[in-house]
Design a protein around this ligand. Structure first.
Ligand code: FMN
Length: 268
């Protein structure tokens, strides 16, 4: 696992866009996803996220079609008025064109986040693709790079990223379904198998953030068994019972911390 990021990344990661709103102590929040230009809505409007999201209670599943609403990368400051400085956060970005990506990476270099997460797996913004030189350009910034992959058909993306020396992956984003992106409990088996594939294919040289359907300490144990180094929670933060409580974070943070400690003990 790439040591640079391993030193600073907390065991529990708050996925984008939830890290814009929730930054519990002892976790690493992902802010964004930011695009080059503004896309309707402001990240502060958490209610909007809920309005474009449908919850299937019996399935423990969410389907959203938010499509990366955000105020654009130029609204972001290294020391925001609210929340943690970017040096303590992951910055998630998405470009629609090569010029967008160039601008986003230039801003990333100036903003100096803990790491940059390339979100090339959002199912709500059209075809999943990336410029040929994206991964090399991102690595050249000198800021640790994480590629966030979709839960299916991620192999060409991973191979291209590895060839460009990317060493961190986040598995996974939501699953494309007719009404948007599916997250929560039904995503977990797919995300787990992506984590397992990454670990089995590339061994210990990779850092893997595993997430999809995490809502209890047992889920974190499952992701650790599949090979994840860190654990990401997203949709679960939208549960009304969870929004006003610190307890859920405390349990997940403790379990994630224990798993990271355990793997450090077993590593050579
Ligand atoms: C309402 C909603 C909005 C999302 N927006 C983003 C986003 O802007 N960028 C991103 O990388 N992932 C986004 N995701 C995906 C989550 O970060 C996470 O990877 C995914 O939902 C799986 O984890 P979970 O089951 O814990 O939610 C979004 C998910 C939901 C439910």
């Amino acid at each position: 696992m790439s040591r640079d990021l391993a030193r600073s990344l907390a065991p529990l990661v708050i996925s984008a866009p939830f890290g814009n709103y929730i930054q519990p102590a002892g976790t690493t929040a992902t802010v964004g996803t930011y695009t080059a230009a503004r896309r309707g809505g402001r990240p502060a409007a958490f209610g909007r996220a809920l309005l474009t999201t449908r919850y299937y209670r019996r399935l423990g599943a969410w389907v959203n079609r938010i499509g990366l609403r955000n105020p654009g990368i130029d609204s972001l400051r290294a020391e925001p008025k609210r929340g943690n400085p970017l040096s303590q956060c992951l910055l998630s970005i998405h470009g629609f064109t090569p010029a967008d990506w160039e601008l986003l990476l230039e801003r990333t270099t100036q903003l100096k986040p803990m790491a940059v997460e390339l979100n090339i797996s959002c199912p709500n913004v059209g075809e999943i693709s990336w410029p040929d030189n994206l991964f090399r350009q991102a690595v050249a910034t000198g800021i640790p790079v994480i590629v966030k992959i979709p839960p299916v058909r991620f192999h060409p993306m991973v191979e291209a990223a590895i060839a460009a020396d990317v060493r961190w992956f986040h598995a996974t984003n939501t699953l494309p379904v007719p009404k948007g992106g599916l997250s929560g409990v039904p995503l977990k088996p797919l995300a787990l198998s992506a984590v397992k594939w990454l670990r089995e294919s590339y061994g210990t040289e990779l850092g893997i953030i595993g997430g999809g359907g995490i809502r209890a300490p047992e889920d974190i144990v499952d992701y650790a068994a599949a090979g994840a180094d860190r654990f990401a929670v997203g949709s679960y933060a939208m549960r009304p019972s969870v929004l006003n409580s610190e307890r859920w974070v405390a349990d997940l943070r403790q379990s994630a911390g224990a798993m990271v400690k355990q793997s450090q003990r077993t590593q050579p």
